[in-house]
Design a protein around this ligand. Structure first.
Ligand code: ADP
Ligand code: ZN
Length: 304
């Protein structure tokens, strides 16, 4: 039995044919063309999905359903995208309805971080735990919260949008209007913005970490140290709120790897309130590349 998992992002849309044991049989991707109306983009995705099927000698009748992971804010109750900043022309787009034009199958929508958490539970780093949080630090910051053996979606699929927890209100104003939001001060975007302004030239967050961790640039070192503290503080808030057994990190910035994870572990050890929370394991995501589409397929294959 098969599902199509579709991971919608601001730059690309990945889709794959996924078996009921979580194997990706085949996959493809399209670049997100923001000059197209989203329903035309859906037509292209459907065409690509049908091609994945026919290449494997399958047809729609062989599918259990279609899972879609998309950036928030969205509204899973209404089956629509709401107001994701990276998909401006998709605002209020009824995505499930649009896919139903092509597939008379169950179609399920959740936010992308929730889907990634489900993927890690299904075939990744969280197989053995019933309480964990998947945190992505990328262009923005988001989380999928898994508690008591199921994922916490909230009423409309937006639970886990931790990017807008206020971490340091002495800092600048976020797009949401609050000061010092987690993603405004600790995302890849934030790191690059701040470093570029300090250095007087444009740098990526990857370069910032290279400069800082090789000890070449004291200003970058102190910036990275500050960011590690912000991420640590975000994690302590999550540990104190949800009492997870494990934190899993994905997203571009998590490629920094051990220096980041070690700093987070040290911060948690000092500041988590509950003694058992102070030793919460911090690990990288197991399914980096395919997490989005496997998670989307998990919406169909698992009882989340
Ligand atoms: P998206 O946000 O589109 O899902 P990514 O998860 O790749 O994309 O995150 C992109 C962000 O991560 C960018 O800000 C980028 O600069 C940063 N990034 C990517 N690779 C690294 C790296 N190796 N080290 C630090 N930052 C990185
Ligand atoms: Zn905010």
């Amino acid at each position: 039995n098969y599902a199509i998992g579709i991971d919608i992002g601001g730059t690309k849309i990945a889709l794959g044919l996924v078996s009921s044991d979580g194997q990706v049989l085949s996959k493809t991707s399209l670049s997100t063309d923001l000059s197209l109306h989203p329903s035309d983009m859906v037509d292209k995705i459907a065409e690509a999905a049908n091609r994945l099927l026919s290449d494997e000698g399958l047809q729609q009748a062989d599918l259990k359903g279609i899972g879609i992971g998309a950036p928030g804010p969205l509204n899973t109750k209404l089956g629509q995208i709401s107001e994701p900043p990276n998909l401006p022309n998709w605002w209020n787009f009824p995505i499930i309805h649009s896919f139903k034009r092509h597939f008379q199958l169950p179609i399920v929508l959740e936010n992308d971080a929730t889907a990634a958490a489900l993927a890690e539970k299904w075939t990744g780093a969280a197989k053995a735990v019933d309480h964990f949080i998947y945190i992505t630090i990328s262009t923005g910051i988001g989380a999928g919260i898994y508690s008591h053996g199921s994922v916490l979606t909230g009423a409309t699929g937006n639970a886990g949008d931790i990017g807008h927890i206020v971490i340091d209100s002495s800092r600048g104003t976020c797009s949401c209007g609050q000061r010092g939001c987690f993603e405004y001060i600790a995302s890849g975007t934030a790191i690059a913005r701040e470093a570029s302004s300090l250095l007087g030239r444009s740098v990526t967050s990857k370069e910032v970490f290279e400069l800082a961790l090789s000890g070449q640039d004291p200003a970058m070192e102190s910036l990275v140290h500050r960011v590690f503290g912000y991420i640590g503080a975000g994690c302590v808030t999550l540990i104190n709120t949800f009492d997870p057994e494990l934190l899993i990190f994905g997203g571009g910035v998590s490629q920094v790897g051990e220096p980041l994870f070690e700093a987070i572990r040290n911060y948690i050890k000092l500041h988590a309130l509950n003694p058992s929370g102070r030793n919460t394991p911090v690990v990288p995501a197991a399914l980096q590349q395919n997490a989005g589409l496997i998670g989307a397929a998990a919406l169909i294959h698992t009882n989340y």
